[in-house]
Unconditional design. Structure first.
Lengths: 176, 395
C-alpha cells in the first residue's frame, strides 16, 4: 500500500533557513578560532611530538629478547614462541651448550633467533608462552627499514632492543 | 601611432600583472586557505609541512613555513601526472572543455577596477561602460565548459553533473542580474569605476550610515558628523540601504550558485556524483577546472567588493585622490589601494570557504525552488522598492 512519509510542519524561521544558517556559521567559526588560537589542541604533530612518555604499561610494541642482570641470555631455545606465533614470524635455530660448559644443565641456547617484523602482528603470544620470560614486548613501535632484509630482527638487534630484565628466571635455578 | 603602442603596452602590463602576479597566485593560495580553514573548522590541522625543502640539499631539517609551499607542490604534481584521455570520450570537446571553463572567469577580470591609479594610469584593464554586463555575460559562459565536459565525457556521472549545472545556471542567473539593478538605479551607471567613485562620494552601499567630517588633516568636523547621522539625507540613505542589503544577500547567495560553491555545488557533488563533470579528467585538464572554479570565485568576490564594499576605497586611512599621482607617495598610495582591494576580496573569499564548510548541500528541487520562488521574486520586488524610494527621494 502506498505510504506517504509524514513531513514535519516547519515554523517560519525554519522555512527561511537563515537563522539555522547563522547558527551553523557561528558554530564553525568557533571551532576555527579555537584551533587557530590554540585554545584547543587535538592533533599531535607526530615526528616532533610523540606519545612515548604516555604509553600505557600494557602497551604491546616490538617483541624483543632480554638478558638477566648478569648478562646471561634467558632464552633456552625451547621454540614454544616459534610454534605459537600466529603469523610464523619467529625462526629459531637451537644450538647445544657444550659438555664442559658451566651451564651445561641449561642444555640449549638459540644459535640464531630471528623475528620478521613485517610478519609480526604484535599479539604478545610469544611473551605469554615463554617459560623462561626471555621474550618481552617492549614499547618500540616505529620499526622501519628500507628493505625486507632490514625488517628481520636478528639476535643482536633483539637484545639491543630488549636490554636487561631483572626478576624471576627459572633456568639458572639450581633446584630446578 | 606611438600613443596606440603605449596604450597597448600599458594594457598588456596591467593584464599580465593582474593575471599572473595577482589572480593566479591568489587562486592557488585560496586552495591552500580552503584546505587550512576547512581543517581548522573540523578541528584538524591541514597541510602545514611543505615549506623550503632543505633536506633535498643535504641539510638536516626542512623549514615547514606553515605549509605555504603546498600550492607549488600541488601544481608540480598536477603537471607531472599522466594526462589521460579515455577512449570513449568525444576528443574535441573533451579537450576544449577545460579551457572553456577556465577562460571566462579570467576574461571577466578585465573590467574590474582593482586599484585607483598608479602613475596616473587607472587600475582597470578595460574601462568600459557596459562594465557589469560584461561580467555577467562572460562569466555565464563558464557553464559551457562544464556542460561540454559533462557531455563529452560520455559517462553518466559527469553527464548528470552537467545537466545540474545548466539548470542551476538558469535558475540563478536571473536573480543574480536582477539583484544588482537597484545599484544601477542609484548610481545611474553600469561602469564599475564610476560605481566605485559614487561610493567614495556617498559612502559604501553596504553601510547603513556613512559618517562624514572625519579626516586626519582637518580633525573631526562635528556639525558634518552629526548631519551625516541625523538628517533627512541620512534618513533617505538608510531607507535605501534596506533594499540594498537585501540585494547584497541575494547577489551573494546567487554568486555561491554561480561559482558552484557549497551549498549549491550540485554539478560537482563529490558524494553523489564522484566529482561530477570533471570525473573523467586528470592532470592539468583537471587543474584547469579547478583554476576556473577558484578564479570564478575571485572574480565573484571582486564584483561584490566593487559593487557593495567600495572597491579599493579605504575610508579615513587612505586618501582616495592624490594631488600629485606622479610622486613617490602617490605611487605608494596607489599600491596600497590595490592591496586594500585584494584584502577585501580575501575576506569575502574567507566567507565563501566558511560557508562551504558549514552548510550541507541543497537538494536539487530545493535549489530550483529557492531560485525561482524566492530570489527571483525578491530581486524583482527589490527593484520596485528602490525605484519608488528614488522617485520620492528629494534631490
Amino acid at each position: 500500500m502506498a505510504y506517504s512519509v509524514p513531513r514535519p510542519k516547519l515554523t517560519l524561521s525554519e522555512k527561511v533557513y537563515l537563522p539555522a544558517v547563522v547558527a551553523g556559521l557561528l558554530i564553525t567559526i568557533k571551532h576555527f578560532f579555537d584551533i587557530l588560537l590554540g585554545k584547543k589542541k587535538i592533533t599531535m604533530q607526530y615526528p616532533e611530538e610523540k606519545w612515548d612518555g604516555d604509553l600505557p604499561p600494557h602497551y604491546r610494541g616490538a617483541p624483543t629478547l632480554v638478558k638477566d642482570e648478569h648478562g646471561r641470555e634467558r632464552c633456552v631455545a625451547c621454540q614454544l614462541c616459534e610454534f605459537i606465533c600466529p603469523p610464523r614470524a619467529i625462526t629459531i635455530v637451537p644450538g647445544e651448550i657444550p659438555e664442559e660448559s658451566r651451564w651445561r644443565k641449561v642444555e640449549k641456547y638459540p644459535e640464531s633467533f630471528e623475528i620478521d617484523m613485517i610478519r609480526c602482528i604484535y599479539c604478545g603470544l610469544c611473551e605469554e608462552v615463554c617459560p623462561e620470560q626471555a621474550i618481552f614486548l617492549r614499547k618500540d613501535y616505529a620499526i622501519t627499514g628500507l628493505s625486507r632484509a632490514e625488517m628481520v630482527h636478528d639476535k643482536q638487534k633483539l637484545y639491543e632492543l630488549g636490554g636487561v630484565m631483572t626478576g624471576l628466571v627459572y633456568k639458572w635455578n639450581e633446584k630446578k | 601611432m606611438t600613443d596606440l603602442l603605449v596604450m597597448i603596452c600599458v594594457s598588456l602590463v596591467k593584464t599580465v600583472g593582474l593575471l599572473f602576479l595577482v589572480t593566479l597566485p591568489m587562486v592557488s593560495y585560496t586552495v591552500y586557505a580552503e584546505r587550512r580553514v576547512s581543517a581548522m573548522i573540523q578541528d584538524r590541522v591541514g597541510p602545514n609541512r611543505v615549506g623550503i625543502p632543505l633536506t633535498l640539499f643535504g641539510f638536516k631539517r626542512d623549514i615547514p613555513f606553515f605549509g605555504l609551499a603546498q600550492p607549488i607542490a600541488d601544481a608540480v604534481k598536477l603537471l607531472l601526472k599522466e594526462d589521460f584521455t579515455p577512449a570513449h570520450v568525444n576528443k574535441l570537446y573533451y579537450w576544449l572543455a577545460p579551457a572553456l571553463a577556465m577562460a571566462p572567469s579570467v576574461i571577466a577580470v578585465a573590467v574590474i577596477p582593482f586599484g585607483s591609479q598608479i602613475w596616473g594610469e587607472p587600475m582597470v584593464i578595460a574601462n568600459v561602460d557596459v562594465g557589469i554586463l560584461w561580467v555577467f555575460a562572460v562569466s555565464s559562459l563558464g557553464v559551457y565548459g562544464i556542460v561540454l565536459a559533462g557531455w563529452s565525457s560520455n559517462s553518466k556521472y559527469p553527464f548528470m553533473g552537467c545537466i545540474r549545472s545548466s539548470s542551476q545556471m538558469i535558475s540563478y542567473e536571473l536573480s543574480l542580474a536582477l539583484s544588482v539593478v537597484p545599484i544601477f538605479l542609484i548610481c545611474r551607471t553600469l561602469n564599475l569605476p564610476n560605481i566605485v567613485k559614487y561610493q567614495i562620494d556617498h559612502g559604501w552601499l553596504i553601510s547603513p550610515i556613512w559618517l562624514k567630517g572625519i579626516s586626519f588633516q582637518h580633525g573631526i568636523d562635528f556639525p558634518a558628523l552629526t548631519a551625516s547621522v541625523f538628517s533627512a539625507a541620512a534618513f533617505w540613505r538608510f531607507l535605501l540601504w534596506i533594499p540594498l542589503f537585501i540585494s547584497f544577500v541575494v547577489f551573494t547567495i546567487s554568486m555561491f550558485a554561480e561559482t558552484n560553491r557549497l551549498p549549491f555545488d550540485l554539478p560537482e557533488a563529490e558524494t553523489e556524483l564522484v566529482g561530477g563533470y570533471h570525473t573523467e579528467y586528470s592532470s592539468m585538464k583537471f587543474a584547469l577546472f579547478f583554476l576556473g572554479e577558484y578564479s570564478a570565485m575571485i572574480v565573484g568576490c571582486s564584483v561584490i567588493v566593487t559593487l557593495f564594499f567600495g572597491g579599493w576605497h579605504v575610508p579615513l586611512l587612505l586618501p582616495s585622490t592624490m594631488e600629485n599621482p606622479y610622486s613617490v607617495w602617490g605611487v605608494i598610495v596607489g599600491l596600497l589601494h590595490i592591496v586594500a582591494f585584494f584584502l577585501k576580496v580575501a575576506l569575502l573569499l574567507f566567507l565563501f570557504i566558511w560557508v562551504r564548510w558549514t552548510l550541507p548541500r541543497f537538494r536539487y528541487d530545493q535549489l530550483m525552488h529557492l531560485g525561482w520562488y524566492f530570489f527571483f521574486e525578491i530581486a524583482l520586488a527589490n527593484i520596485l522598492v528602490v525605484a519608488v524610494i528614488l522617485a520620492f527621494m528629494p534631490k
